[in-house]
Design a protein around this ligand. Structure first.
Ligand code: SF4
Ligand code: SF4
Length: 192
């Protein structure tokens, strides 16, 4: 959940249309059209990444007239389906998925069950990925894949893709290297 109090605004007289801003926008809110960057206010989560990367200082955050509330209530989806999705993604529903927005896995999972089909969808529905973007991308990708969705990463977007974890190590490798105790480690995680 996030209350968004600002929105990005582009000074078209400074914008050179190089498109750098759209490679870092987590919600797909900023796009270059006719060689000028334009912002969809309804999607902007005020992360400031576009302003940070813009070489012409053409973007700044300005106040919204009304804050934009981004929130999906996990209680509105079937709890069993939600827990099943989280287990398949090897995530705990109460685990924090986004430290910046203080959002838990269950909210992002509920967004997927309510129709989110991409990282951008989850961001615009919940506000996840509107801060550092270091930790949240990976679990969001896991949730989408667990739901059988091959996520559209967004054209030219810069992000961290899925990194292998203990759950991705093939069984034959685990058996071949018992000294690493990977099976035992997985048992501990399953219990928690
Ligand atoms: S990064 Fe700046 S100059 Fe480049 S397209 Fe975006 S707003 Fe325009
Ligand atoms: S979501 Fe972030 S990167 Fe995208 S337009 Fe808004 S402030 Fe810029």
């Amino acid at each position: 959940m996030k209350n968004v109090y600002f929105r990005a605004e582009v000074d078209e007289t400074k914008c050179i249309g190089d498109g750098l801003c759209q490679t870092v926008c987590p919600s797909g809110a900023i796009r270059v059209e006719d060689k000028k960057a334009r912002v969809d206010d309804r999607k902007c989560v005020a992360c400031n990444h576009c302003a940070d990367i813009c070489p012409e200082e053409a973007v700044r955050l300005v106040d919204r007239t009304e804050p934009l509330l981004l929130k999906v209530n996990p209680a509105e989806v079937d709890r069993n389906e939600l827990v099943k999705l989280c287990i398949k993604a090897h995530l705990h529903p109460r685990q924090l998925i986004c430290l910046c927005a203080g959002t838990r896995v269950e909210e992002a999972a509920a967004a997927v069950l309510k129709g989110a089909r991409s990282l951008q969808d989850i961001t615009t529905m919940t506000g996840v990925c509107s801060g550092c973007t270091l930790y949240c991308t990976e679990p969001m990708l896991r949730l989408l894949k667990a739901a059988g969705i091959e996520p559209d990463l967004g054209e030219g977007r810069r992000l961290y893709n899925i990194t292998p974890t203990i759950w991705d190590v093939p069984e034959e490798v685990i058996r071949k290297h018992p000294g690493y105790y990977l099976e035992e480690d997985k048992g501990v995680f399953r219990k928690t």
